[in-house]
Design a protein around this ligand. Structure first.
Ligand code: NAP
Length: 260
């Protein structure tokens, strides 16, 4: 592919794209003509495999390590994008997908440590807010940008509250939803749309972090569609909200919960 056709591709930054929903989103984004920045925390091998998959589809991709709970790492990542843009190695940021998120061992709130709650809130709330701040500065038509789309990966937990499992995680996703609603109104006139997806029961590694790798299998009978979801099924919703096919949608959410 020539460099001129490559430079025409819109750029998508996906946090936590080395595995699970982020990796599936990266792959689908490449199929839909995006260049992709694949952020990851520690699993470089998995991130490089996502990059190869994107390159095999004829798009450009870069694996970029960074802890999306740390302001210095977030700032450094956006500066790397600015520098590559200045060198004409990539286009302006068109889409930010705030996907990186964690949950911890299932337990009741009364047994949770402050450190655990803080970690969950840092990664699931503060990180996405800081990424939004940096993305808005670059996308805003008021700042010379060309507009863009932000998709925040929330959770069905924002509505269920996840009792007896992880109400800290549920509360973090509730906060993310409130931020999505407010920011969407704040930046609509700057050419930026902000939306969220709320997945649930998706077959990824995240359930092992809660101490129950087979959680989706256990809960299957309670899901109206009768099965767990695939990461690709969440990616489809993310890509729709990222694209101009959803041009009149902002401050909205798509539940990808198997009918729950
Ligand atoms: P996952 O399989 O556990 O993958 C997590 C990804 O996030 C990995 O790429 C990991 O990187 C990265 N990551 C973790 N902490 C990070 C940090 N501090 N900075 C940067 N990257 C970080 O998770 P998933 O199930 O795909 O979940 C993705 C999103 O969907 C999360 O926000 C989650 O809350 C949400 N969600 C998932 C489900 C579900 O059923 N799976 C349901 C509702 C919502 P490394 O590979 O380097 O560790």
């Amino acid at each position: 592919m020539s460099s001129s056709s490559l430079s025409a591709s819109p750029l998508m930054l996906i946090t936590g794209a080395s595995r699970g929903i982020g990796a599936a989103t990266a792959s689908l984004a490449a199929r839909q003509g995006y260049d992709v920045v694949v952020n990851y925390l520690s699993n470089e091998e998995a991130a490089q495999s996502v990059v190869r998959d994107i390159e095999n589809q004829g798009q450009r991709a870069w694996a970029m390590q960074g802890n999306m709970a740390q302001e210095e790492d977030i700032l450094a990542l956006f500066v790397r994008l600015d520098e590559r843009k200045q060198r004409d190695e990539l286009g302006p940021l068109a889409v930010l997908v705030n996907n990186a998120g964690i949950l911890r061992q299932q337990m009741r709130l009364q047994n949770m440590s402050k450190e655990r709650m803080q970690e969950v809130l840092l990664i699931n709330v503060l990180g996405p807010m800081l990424c939004c701040r940096e993305a808005v500065k670059r996308m805003s038509t008021d700042e010379g940008g060309t507009g863009g789309a932000i998709v925040n990966v929330s959770s069905g937990a924002a509505k269920s509250g996840s009792p007896n499992e992880y109400v800290d995680y549920a509360a973090s996703k509730g906060a993310l939803d409130s931020m999505t609603i407010g920011l969407a109104k704040e930046v609509a006139s700057q050419g930026i749309r902000v939306n969220g997806v709320r997945p649930g029961f998706i077959k990824t590694d995240i359930h092992a972090s809660g101490g129950e790798p087979d959680r989706v299998e256990r809960l299957k009978s309670r899901i109206p569609l009768g099965r767990g979801g695939e990461p690709q099924e969440v990616a489809e919703a993310i890509l729709w909200l990222a694209s101009s096919r959803s041009s009149y949608t902002s401050g909205s959410f798509i539940d990808v919960l198997g009918g729950v």
